[in-house]
Design a protein around this ligand. Sequence first.
Ligand code: IPM
Ligand code: MG
Length: 372
Amino acid sequence: MRKFKIAVLSGDGIGPEVIDQAIKALDAVGQRFGHQFTYCHALVGAIAIDQTGDPLPEETIKACQDADAVLFGSIGHPKYDNDPAAKVRPEQGLLRLRKTLGLYANLRPVTIYPSLRDLCPLRPERIEGVDMLIVRELTGGLYFGERGRSADGQTAYDTCTYSYFEVERIARIGFAEAMNRRKKLTLVDKANVLETSRLWREVVQKMAPEYPEVAVDYMFVDNAAMQLIQYPGRFDVIITENMFGDILSDAASVLAGSLGMLPSASIGAQTSLFEPIHGSYPEATNEDIANPLATILSAAMLLDSLELYAEAALVRASVAQVLDKGLGTKDLNPRILCKCSELGDIISDIIEDTEMHSLRIEKIKARQSTII
Ligand code: IPM
Ligand code: MG
């Protein structure tokens, strides 16, 4: 039996609901394969500000550092979004956590499940063969540069800084991932305007000869935004700086049918962190309608990081199976509408290989037929 300690940072909004489903999936994996996952829950985001005044309390950092992996829900609350003068913000918690744990690379795979093809607004032939990985730099650039206001408050600035080693270490991950995939790497930048982008190109061009099997190309971010929609199948691995990666990955989620489908892994110096790419969806808080699949798929990435590959594959296969059966939350416009918690129950039943999942599906169907 193997034992793993997982720090769980549910955060705000729908975070706790989707995290609960990922924990069910991990526990089911534990049952099936005889592993033991123990969870250490810690505060982050708006809820942490409410309870402690700090979006990332010291205890939370410690819980993450002591763990084998971190599972993260989502953060953000409208009361801060609508108050530009707020001194503390929930997002600072996540950003400081990424920086403190040295999580400089964020891996965002974009996978299209066949049963969700109709959800993509693009014509079916356009998404044929789409399977990409966005490697987003996570601890540099505009997110962490010097920022401020002029004395009269009328001018504001954010600065974008990258150093050679920061670009090199993320590019290494991009090249390594490309070697394990279709061996194509696209650097997305704005080198026709930005000096930092020219540094990125310089570094990647210098490294390219070390990976002769990888076909490297370079694309300006405005063009990349267009190509992602026009010819998404042309991308394999994309590497890009922090802000471009944030924006392009939300755009790419449309290909998968819903923002609720995209998981991510943040890796770096210490403990890795796994989180869905979506936000806290405050309107849906406690409604049990959020899509838990991005978080469950993030748990699959967590299992991969613990070298539990068969376990991770089973979680992914279970997700594919529920989708094939036409089950899903509202955002997936499914044939059989499930609540967030129901989807988590069914997936964990499938992982544990119990017959319960068929019973639960029948129950949901029966409920729907009475409504109709
Ligand atoms: C993401 C989110 C975060 C980011 C926010 C919540 C700070 O949008 O993980 O993509 O911008 O990095
Ligand atoms: Mg984002």
